[in-house]
Design a protein. Structure first.
Length: 132
């Protein structure tokens, strides 16, 4: 499953004593936005998963969260956990380095296009001439 939203809050780490030893749960909350916004809390379990996601885990980032929903019973009550396994920036958000490289690269293609269009018009070709 996946959901898109803006990271609203990053909660403090929780160290849990499990069957196989201690592990760290990292939790974060996203807001889905739209007409009926909802706050949704996810957790990241394990250091490997966290290492893959920590670069994009920044407050106010627009992200897409891929997750698994798991429920378990404890003393007659049911609890549901949303475990995030992937966190990607959405098209509206970009890493700072990507923004800088895109700014420097975008003027060059525009200049190339105008230089290519000029010889066609000088040779008498019609720029609007389409093959279909």
């Amino acid at each position: 499953m996946d959901i898109t939203g803006k990271i609203k809050e990053i909660l403090p780490d929780v160290v849990v004593n499990g069957r196989n030893g201690n592990f760290t749960k990292r939790r974060f909350v996203i807001n889905t936005g739209g007409d009926y916004p909802k706050d949704v809390c996810f957790e990241i379990q394990g250091d490997n998963a966290y290492e893959k996601m920590k670069q994009n885990l920044v407050k106010d980032n627009d992200v897409q969260v891929m997750f698994n929903a798991e429920s378990h019973e404890f003393h007659g009550n049911w609890y549901t956990t949303l475990k995030a396994y992937s966190l990607r920036l959405t098209s509206g958000a970009q890493a700072p380095n990507a923004q800088q490289s895109q700014r420097t690269a975008s003027p060059a293609p525009a200049a190339t296009q105008t230089q290519e269009a000029a010889p066609q018009q000088q040779q008498g070709g019609n720029a609007d001439d389409l093959p279909f």
